[in-house]
Design a protein. Structure first.
Length: 284
């Protein structure tokens, strides 16, 4: 069996290593890969998504695994391109991957299907964002598009908010896009991972990600400074509630909206005093 893993980071390295060690001993390929990944998998000589798809067809790849979220929404979308040529892809089509690619799309999905989440307003300009904040801190600001885990700022004061608003609207650090001004939620965070195949799902072990740059949960958000995974992070009763109030309604909502999903769906949650609420979705 030939498997191609798409991406270049630590997640893709772990995927390649695990797949390579499986009893079926598949032939492993990667794109774009890294020095570490290339020691475990043969790099694919492609330049972009079209040449990647051409190579997978020519070399009769049996399975494509989407490790990096950007490829799911880049151009026509990795899963969409694979479907056209008949190659199974573990990763959602572009339309469904908008749950991560657009914070606005995700918020509208959550509200439409009555899934618990923080309230938010969408700002198209700096002036609108300042109006929506109205001097209330802490506040949460989220760039609408993909930003490699750096497009969210939890602002405790005006100075922090002004600095992030400058990055978004003046410097255009993340490119063109709107901004969500979101309700600040309190409580412990937890990540729930689900493996989805259309309307079937399997919930995996809960995890907790640590995004702040410095010790003591200080400094700006990063793409992730470390994580732990354990069943002890969430009590069984709370996990049942998360499944009932968040996971199952999300899967049902995807089906109702005509959004096919095959891949991992990550639920970033805040366990607030009023129950679990969705902070974000990640698609892989």
């Amino acid at each position: 069996m030939k498997i191609a893993v798409i991406g270049k980071g630590g997640r893709e390295h772990a995927l390649v290593k695990a797949l390579k060690e499986s009893p079926s001993a598949p032939e492993m390929y990667c794109f774009p890969g890294s020095d570490a990944i290339n020691r475990l998998a043969e790099p694919i000589p492609a330049r972009d998504l079209p040449t990647l798809i051409d190579w997978t067809v020519s070399n009769k790849v049996d399975l494509c695994v989407a490790g990096e979220e950007s490829y799911l929404v880049k151009d026509e979308g990795l899963a969409n391109a694979c479907a056209k040529v008949g190659i199974p892809c573990w990763g959602p089509v572009k339309e469904s991957a908008q749950l991560e690619a657009s914070k606005e799309f995700a918020k509208e999905f959550l509200l439409r299907h009555r899934i618990p989440t923080g309230q938010a307003r969408v700002a198209a300009t700096l002036e609108e964002a300042q109006e929506f904040i109205r001097g209330v801190y802490p506040t949460v600001l989220k760039f609408d598009g993909l930003a490699a885990g750096k497009g969210v700022a939890v602002c405790m004061c005006r100075e922090e908010a002004d600095a992030f608003l400058k990055e978004v609207f003046t410097d255009r650090r993340f490119g063109e896009g709107r901004l969500l001004v979101e309700e600040f939620l309190t409580g412990p965070e937890v990540s729930i991972f689900g493996a989805l195949v259309d309307d079937h799902y399997l919930i995996l072990c809960p995890a907790r990600d640590y995004k702040r740059l410095k010790e003591g949960d200080a400094g700006p958000n990063t793409g992730g400074m470390g994580a732990v995974a354990s069943r002890q992070l969430v009590e069984p009763e709370m996990l049942e509630r998360i499944e009932k109030e968040i996971v199952a309604p999300t899967v049902a909502g995807l089906k109702k909206d005509g959004l096919p999903y095959r891949g991992f769906l990550y639920f970033g949650l805040m366990l607030t005093p009023n129950g679990p609420k969705v902070i974000e979705y990640n698609c892989r």
